[in-house]
Write a protein that binds this ligand. Structure first.
Ligand code: ADP
Length: 332
């Protein structure tokens, strides 16, 4: 069938020659008709093959300039060349699809960034104008407005820092320095860093050791501390005030598992799969009022995966969430 389809022109031309021969069979005789038909068929089929081969060779020569690796060795047969061309065109359409989705992603990314920056910029603008319009004369009001403007500046600074981290990760500049670290020290450093945040929310953080607390892990301690800080801060932010967050450390399958558990607002099932995406937020108003950039969890995931480890989440709306990430231990 394929041969028939590929040689359709020759087939039609040969049939035409055959019809003409049959029409003039009296003058040519039976053997003459058969001979002419055979010669015509051979000639037309070879001619068709020749034309197709040179057309394909020209096409392949053009494609070779775009993808020398794919066309390094030219196939002998026409079918082989057609297969290569089909492969090339598949690669091109995959490339085009990826390009389109990147373009879409870029547009969304820029849209998200400007959206995130808009709120603090407008608020700073508002406070400055109000101060200039006379609020500056009342020192109490001026102080209050300046404090709010400063909060918006802090929010912009956080966002820019997170954006910088994301772009460093994506351009491969985010170096991970793996070293053996006593996990207890890392957790204590994280607790010290979060002291004022925890106090501000009147929260409590309990560390529960389900393994020996002198366990040594192999990681970039500054980065893993960043992961822990982020997860604990989220657990506090997305829980009512005065809540308790548990950091539980256990060992499973020769790996250390760090769990950050809260009994806060939880995450609806529909949002769970997207929670690690950039700028993804469950309750946008609540998340913004907490001052986050919406980039924290995506940075956390990048860091954990850069260590060759995994992070996962379990959550029930109104019940709470559990974020778990793994760490490699030192072989004992
Ligand atoms: P944000 O800066 O908004 O906190 P993250 O990337 O850290 O950004 O988190 C993304 C979203 O995931 C948050 O806006 C929030 O809706 C949800 N989230 C994260 N951690 C928790 C948690 N422990 N409990 C409930 N929701 C959470």
């Amino acid at each position: 069938m394929k041969v028939l389809r590929n040689n359709l022109t020759s087939f039609v031309s040969t049939s035409l020659v055959l019809l003409i021969c049959v029409f003039y069979r009296d003058a040519l005789g039976t053997s003459g008709v058969v001979l002419i038909a055979i010669v015509a068929a051979i000639f037309l089929f070879s001619f068709e093959a020749f034309i197709r081969r040179s057309a394909l060779e020209k096409t392949v020569a053009i494609m070779k300039e775009h993808d020398p690796a794919l066309f390094k060795e030219l196939p002998e047969s026409i079918e082989g060349m057609e297969e290569k061309i089909a492969l090339w065109s598949k690669k091109q359409s995959e490339f085009l699809e990826e390009y389109k989705s990147r373009e879409q992603f870029r547009r969304e990314y820029i849209g998200n960034i400007s959206h995130e920056l808009k709120t603090p910029i407008f608020s700073i603008q508002g406070y400055i104008h109000t101060l200039l319009d006379g609020a500056m004369d009342d020192s109490k009001v001026a102080k209050r407005f300046l404090k709010r403007a400063a909060k918006s500046v802090d929010r912009m600074t956080e966002l820019v820092k997170d954006l910088e981290a994301i772009s460093r990760i994506e351009s491969g500049l985010y170096e991970i320095q793996m070293r053996p670290v006593v996990l207890r020290n890392l957790i204590e450093d994280s607790m010290d860093a979060l002291e004022s945040f925890v106090a501000k929310h009147k929260a409590t953080v309990e560390v529960v050791w389900e393994v020996n607390n002198d366990v040594v892990v192999v990681c970039d301690s500054a980065r893993i501390e960043q992961v822990l800080d982020n997860l604990i801060m989220n657990a506090i932010k997305y829980s009512p005030a005065k809540s308790t967050v548990i950091v539980a450390i256990s060992e499973k399958n020769n790996k250390i598992h760090v769990e950050v558990r809260d009994h806060g607002f939880g995450i609806p099932d529909a949002d769970l799969a997207r929670i690690f995406e950039r700028f993804y937020r469950v309750d946008k108003a609540r998340a913004r009022s907490q001052g986050g950039s919406g980039l924290g969890l995506s940075i956390v995931k990048h860091i954990v995966e850069a260590h060759g480890q995994e992070i996962s989440v379990r959550s029930k709306e109104s019940m709470g969430s559990v974020f778990t990430f793994s760490l490699a231990t030192v072989k004992r």
